[in-house]
Design a binder for this molecule. Structure first.
Ligand code: 13P
Ligand code: 13P
Ligand code: MG
Ligand code: MG
Length: 366
C-alpha cells in the first residue's frame, strides 16, 4: 500500500518569549486537525518542540497535496487566533503570506514529506529541531548513512553495502530548486565538500541505492528567503525510515551524541551545540541551546502506533550534560569570532544598518 507521511510545522506563537506554545494553542490546532482532517487523513500526531508546533499525518494523497497543505495552513491560522487572543509572543510568526495558494511551501511553514510503498513492518523516526536551521541535519545524517564508523550496517548488512544517494539542495538559490544528487561511497569527498557549508548546502532527501526507496525527507525552507529579512529561524523537521535496507534506529541516533555546533542559538544569530532532548522540551539558556527531539513510530496501512521518545533514555542525560558544557564554553566568547554566525546570515538583521552607518565614519590615512 502506498502511503504518504507529511509533516507540516510552524511557530504561530509562544508563551514567555520563544519558549513553548500554550496548551490552548496546541489544543486548538489538535482539535482543528481532528475535525477537519476526518475524511482526508488516515492518522495524525500533533507535537511541539520549543516554540514550534508540528502536524505529522499519514494519508494517501501523495506529496504536496493541496487538501493536506490547506488543512495544516488553516489549523495554523486557527492557532494564530488563539495566540493573538492570549497575547502570546510572535503570534502567527511563521505565516508569512496572507493567502493560501495551493501549497504551504514558500508561505512560511516547514514541510517534510515522502510517499512510499509501505513495508510489512514500517518503522520511522520523526525529528523536530528548534533554534537551528535545516543544515543542522547535515552532519548526523552524513555519519548515519555514509560513515561505517557510525553506521555498522554499511559493512554488516548486504542490503546497505551499495550505499545511499544524497540529494542536496542549494538553499541560497531562490529562483527554483537547485539540486544535486551524489552517491556514497564513491562521491563521499564531494559530499563532504558541500555539507561542510550548512548555510548553503542542505540534505533534502536520501535514498537507498539497493532498492531505490526513500529513507529521509527534510524540510529545507529558509524563512529569510521568503520574508527578505530575519523573521525567526527555520527550525527543521525530518522523517527518517529505519531498519531493513536503511540504517537501524540506533545508528541514526548515534551521531546526535556529538552535540555538534549548529547555527541558530539566540536571535538565530549564534552558534550553539545541538542538544538531543525529550519530547515537548522547552527552550531556556540564551534562547537555546538548539534542541532536537525524536519520536519513533511504526505504522500499518498508515495507522500510527504511539510514539517512543528516542532521547528519553538515561544515556542521553550524560550527552545533555556534555552539551550544556559545550554551550557554556562557546558562550564565554560572546559576540566574538565563530560564536556568532557569518555576515551572510546576519545581513537579514540589524547588523547591515549598523555597518552602513559605521562605514561613513571610517577614515583613510597613510
Ligand atoms: P534489521 O533487522 O533491520 O537488519 O536490523 C538489525 C538491527 O536492528 C540490529 O541493530
Ligand atoms: P524561533 O525561530 O524559534 O521563533 O526563535 C527566534 C529567536 O530569535 C529566539 O532568540
Ligand atoms: Mg518563535
Ligand atoms: Mg522555533
Amino acid at each position: 500500500m502506498k502511503i504518504t507521511i507529511s509533516v507540516l510545522k510552524a511557530d504561530v506563537g509562544s508563551i514567555g518569549g520563544h519558549l513553548k506554545p500554550s496548551q490552548a494553542l496546541f489544543e486548538e490546532i489538535k482539535n482543528f486537525v481532528a475535525s477537519h482532517g476526518k475524511n482526508k487523513l488516515i492518522d495524525y500526531y500533533i507535537s511541539s518542540t520549543g516554540d514550534d508546533v508540528a502536524i505529522l499525518c499519514t494519508h494517501t494523497g501523495g506529496v504536496g497535496n493541496r487538501e493536506i497543505h490547506q488543512l495544516a495552513w488553516e489549523a495554523f491560522l486557527a492557532g494564530t487566533e488563539v495566540a493573538k487572543k492570549s497575547g502570546l509572543y510572535g503570534a502567527g510568526q511563521d505565516l508569512l503570506k496572507d493567502a493560501f495558494s495551493g501549497n504551504v511551501r514558500g508561505l512560511g511553514p516547514a514541510v517534510a514529506e515522502m510517499e512510499f510503498e509501505e513495508r510489512p513492518n514500517e518503522p520511522f523516526i520523526f525529528f523536530a529541531a528548534d533554534k537551528t536551521d535545516p543544515g543542522a541535519y547535515n552532519l548526523p545524517f552524513y555519519l548515519a548513512f555514509a560513515d561505517p564508523m557510525y553506521c555498522s550496517g554499511l559493512i554488516l548488512s548486504p542490503k546497505m553495502s551499495q550505499g545511499f544517494r544524497f540529494r542536496i539542495i542549494d538553499v541560497s538559490y531562490t529562483e527554483k530548486n537547485k539540486i544535486i544528487d551524489l552517491n556514497t561511497p564513491e562521491d563521499l569527498y564531494d559530499l563532504a565538500v558541500l555539507l561542510r557549508d550548512t548555510e548553503k548546502y542542505v540534505i533534502e532527501s536520501i535514498y537507498s541505492r539497493s532498492s531505490g526507496a526513500q529513507a529521509v525527507a527534510i524540510s529545507t525552507q529558509r524563512l529569510h528567503n521568503i520574508a527578505g529579512k530575519y523573521t525567526g529561524k527555520d527550525d527543521p523537521v525530518a522523517i527518517v525510515r529505519v531498519q531493513g535496507e536503511f540504517p537501524a534506529t540506533g545508528e541514526i541516533l548515534a551521531p546526535f551524541s556529538i552535540g555538534h555546533y549548529v547555527a541558530g542559538f539566540m536571535r538565530g544569530s549564534h552558534i550553539g551545540p545541538l542538544m538531543p532532548c525529550k519530547l515537548n522540551t522547552t527552550i531556556s539558556y540564551f534562547d537555546g541551546p538548539p534542541v532536537v527531539t525524536g519520536a519513533a513510530f511504526s505504522i500499518k496501512e498508515g495507522k500510527l502506533t504511539e510514539p517512543v521518545d528516542v532521547f528519553a533514555h538515561p544515556f542521553w542525560d550524560t550527552v545533555r550534560d556534555e552539551v550544556s558544557r559545550k554551550a557554556m564554553e562557546i558562550r564565554k566568547q560572546g559576540f566574538c569570532g565563530p560564536s556568532m554566525l557569518p555576515f551572510s546570515e546576519l545581513e537579514y538583521g540589524g547588523v547591515v544598518e549598523k555597518l552602513n552607518q559605521l562605514e561613513k565614519r571610517f577614515r583613510l590615512v597613510d
